[in-house]
Ligand binder design. Sequence first.
Ligand code: GLN
Length: 187
Amino acid sequence: MIGVLALQGNFSSHVKVLGLLGHNSKLVKSPKDLDDIDGLVIPGGESTTMTKLINRDEKFFESIQSFSKNQPILGTCAGLILMSKDSFDSKVINLGIIDIESTRNAYGRQVHSFDAELSLEHGSKNDSFKASFIRAPKISKVGKNVEVICIHDDFPVAIKDGMHIATTFHPELKNETIIHKLCFGDK
Ligand code: GLN
């Protein structure tokens, strides 16, 4: 069973995509919800709002950090920002689960959102998939043990750090399963 952090933002589309892969999901709203799940999605939304909501329970940040030692986490967009080591914004508390730095809203205000056809660096061209960039961050620094798994316009847009995956885009809005499968497998 895969958990989907469900404090704010776009969590229901992740539940749907996980279902396409045969995974049951569980909405995670408090630290105790992490107990019986095998992986976690931190969805897109607003990283500042999610920071506030996670902070309502003093154990929540630490619980997600210790969960990440043994189980995979997929972070998308705001989820990537929260998982980063640093995003240089005092309104965001970074979990430091992946060795990258990120910059919020890095595509500028006028271009709030766009769709793109992406493909994985080591996949075949047939594996291309559609994804949405919505007030997306950019990855500004990648640690040395981090693998860049997807590039768009010369920027890394998806990375793998150990068992964790993070994307600056939303992979869950077009019924694509490729990123979720990479993180959690299928059944
Ligand atoms: N701009 C948002 C933030 O900084 C992220 C947007 C998203 O998750 N689609 O948190």
